[in-house]
Design a protein around this ligand. Structure first.
Ligand code: PLP
Length: 418
């Protein structure tokens, strides 16, 4: 590893040296082929270097490599906004393009504050929204990195839906909804008044925090509470967007529409692009000059995004995400029966979390998880991790994945578990 790369750019597990990527595979510098069950962390939804996306990038570079939007205007950004509008939940029809998920989140929170003229943000335990000062300031899953950011002081946290905490015999949805109402009440009684809160921000499926899937009713209740108090609801769909949950967006999977959405990762199959999305009415209240970017909405990235949307549609990847997700969960249920180190297995579409536990105590086992991850990699499958104790293996293959590749990946996973 180069001494000239900051350690924080290079220390994360596993740092696999790679020379090429294609479809569902990485080709290692060691000459080995690795099945990619990470999609480059939910980016390569159309598979790595899809020929149509590569062609769009080449064609784009032949005419225009740089905006900057706002100074010049170009076809790919206009076409992309129009195409996205067609797949977004109703009312989310206006786009501010940036480069990364973090920037889209910053934009979303800024917009909420400008519109409501309120200072505070409510986020949830275990959430991750990026690493800028603002985004990290509301994220709790990386709390060890937030030590020096606390003075931000403009964020309040409440617990995310705790499906596992539901007492036996009680309805999970009712339990989560009741707990949520109590948590909001406690917050409003003791810490902040609702009239001071600009927005509630959440991941509709908790990502870095452990791939937790809330009941639909829980998300609907958050929506209701926001409406009651004039707080705007932000969905961070940076990880869930573009087919990961089996729909274009988790908002559609759970049938809850936020006021503002942040999208990134899978939008352009690997080219840096993101957007803050809201209604025209909200966007028009964002004062000119309070948000901007030199590279945001780059013309080549927009062309790659247009090709990405074509591929998702033409290859019916939303349906494949649902079908292959269900297939993988069925197989995993059988594997779990045989191996007691596997705890909860959960998923929606191709966003699957496999919890690793101590078979004696059932406690989360981060070391055990790491051992399995390393062994699987040695045998040719790349998984990634998440969770409060880094105890959850995330399985997020490209949405082009086929049954045979899932069979092969899970065969190797089972060998690694044994
Ligand atoms: N929000 C969520 C849910 C994420 O998973 C991530 C990245 O992993 C981000 C925001 C930050 O996105 P980026 O790394 O593109 O800035």
């Amino acid at each position: 590893m180069s001494d000239y790369l900051a350690p924080s750019m290079a220390k994360d597990h596993p740092n696999l040296p790679v020379v090429k990527e294609e479809g569902c595979y990485y080709y290692g510098a060691d000459g080995k082929t690795y099945l990619d069950f990470t999609s480059g962390i939910a980016v390569a939804n159309t598979g790595h270097r899809h020929p149509k996306v590569v062609q769009a990038i080449k064609d784009g570079a032949d005419s225009l490599m740089h905006g900057p939007s706002g100074v010049i205007m170009y076809d790919s950004i206009l076409k992309l906004a129009e195409r996205l509008q067609g797949i977004m939940p109703e009312n989310l029809d206006c786009f501010f393009f940036a480069n990364s998920g973090t920037e889209a989140i910053e934009g979303a929170m800024k917009l909420a504050k400008y519109v409501t003229k309120r200072p505070y943000v409510i986020s949830f335990t275990g959430c991750f929204h990026g690493r800028s000062l603002g985004a990290l300031g509301v994220s709790t899953s990386k709390s060890k990195y937030r030590k020096f950011l606390q003075p931000n002081g403009l964020t309040y946290q409440i617990p995310y839906a705790d499906v596992a905490g539901c007492p036996e015999g009680e309805s999970v949805a009712d339990y989560c909804v009741n707990e949520l109402e109590k948590d909001f009440e406690r917050l409003f009684d003791h810490q902040v008044t609702p009239e001071e809160v600009a927005c509630v921000i959440l991941e509709p499926v908790l990502g870095e925090g452990g791939y937790l899937i809330p009941p639909k009713e829980w998300l609907q209740k958050v929506r209701e509470i926001c409406d009651r108090h004039g707080m705007l609801l932000i969905f961070d769909e940076v990880q869930t967007g573009f087919g990961r949950t089996g729909d274009w967006f988790a908002a559609q999977t759970f049938d809850v529409t936020p006021d503002i959405m942040a999208i990134a990762k899978g939008i352009a199959s690997g080219m840096p692009l993101s957007a803050t999305v809201a209604s025209k009415e909200l966007m028009s209240q964002w004062p000119m000059g309070t948000h901007g970017t030199t590279f945001g909405g780059n013309p080549i990235a927009c062309s790659a995004a247009l090709a990405t949307l074509d591929v998702i549609e033409e290859e019916k990847l939303l349906a494949n995400s649902r079908e292959m997700g269900a297939y993988a969960l069925e197989k995993l249920a059988l594997i779990k029966e045989k191996h007691h180190v596997i705890g909860d297995v959960r998923g929606v579409g191709l966003m699957i979390g496999i919890e690793i536990v101590d078979p004696q105590t059932g406690a989360p086992d981060g070391n055990g998880m790491m051992r399995i991850l390393d062994l699987a990699l040695e045998k040719g499958v790349l998984f990634y991790l998440c969770g409060k104790h880094q105890e959850v293996i995330r399985m997020i293959p490209p949405l082009i994945i086929e049954k045979e590749q899932i069979d092969e990946g899970l065969r190797i996973f089972e060998e690694a578990v044994m």
